[in-house]
Design a protein around this ligand. Structure first.
Ligand code: SF4
Length: 182
């Protein structure tokens, strides 16, 4: 659930109620300035810390360890009466992509349908893999090219966001989420 203050934050607790104990992990993600067309404003962002506070007004939650390094969500489990995690009740996650950026652990790349490799959700250019494929590059060639591109990566937009001029943050030519599949 992308939480946007004043738009759907009243659904936080009903959504949690709906999925609690269902076996489905509900994740709440902060509203982000992806692309250049969603009219993002910091005022519309509800920090994950506030989401957790809201949830704690109704549920007893206990923080859980990450499943793996680089995991984007911080995990919280529903607790039983003793305060321990009750796995039968499941867990939720919060992704604090704006207020607690995790670029240092980011391990995601995205490939557009045109074969452009994007190294960051906020990138304004990709790296052309299509021409390698059309040029009959082998799997090893592709792996080597991707490794080379990735090892030169310095993307950390979310860590820099607050210090960027607002016209860079809200305008620009960043890739749209729909173009790279989310
Ligand atoms: S801003 Fe870019 S580098 Fe930082 S976590 Fe998001 S996708 Fe990764």
């Amino acid at each position: 659930m992308v939480v946007k203050r004043g738009t759907n934050d009243h659904e936080i607790i009903p959504m949690a109620r709906h999925f609690k104990g269902s076996g489905i992990v509900l994740r709440f993600i902060e509203y982000m300035d992806v692309g250049a067309t969603n009219g993002w404003r910091m005022d519309d962002v509800m920090p994950s810390a506030e989401v957790i506070t809201r949830l704690q007004s109704e549920f007893s939650l206990v923080q859980l360890e990450p499943n793996s390094p680089g995991e984007t969500a911080r995990r919280w489990g529903y607790a039983d009466a003793s305060g321990a995690h009750n796995p039968a009740q499941g867990e939720i996650g919060v992704i604090s992509s704006v207020t607690q950026a995790f670029c240092g652990d980011c391990n995601r790349a995205r490939l557009s349908t045109e074969g452009q490799l994007y190294l960051c959700l906020f990138a304004n250019q990709g790296y052309d893999l299509r021409s390698l494929l059309r040029g009959q590059a082998s799997d090893d060639d592709l792996a080597s090219a991707i490794g080379h591109i990735w090892s030169g990566r310095s993307d950390r937009y979310s860590e820099l966001r607050a210090g960027l001029p607002s016209d860079t943050r809200s305008g620009g030519r960043r890739v749209e989420m729909s173009y790279i599949g989310g």
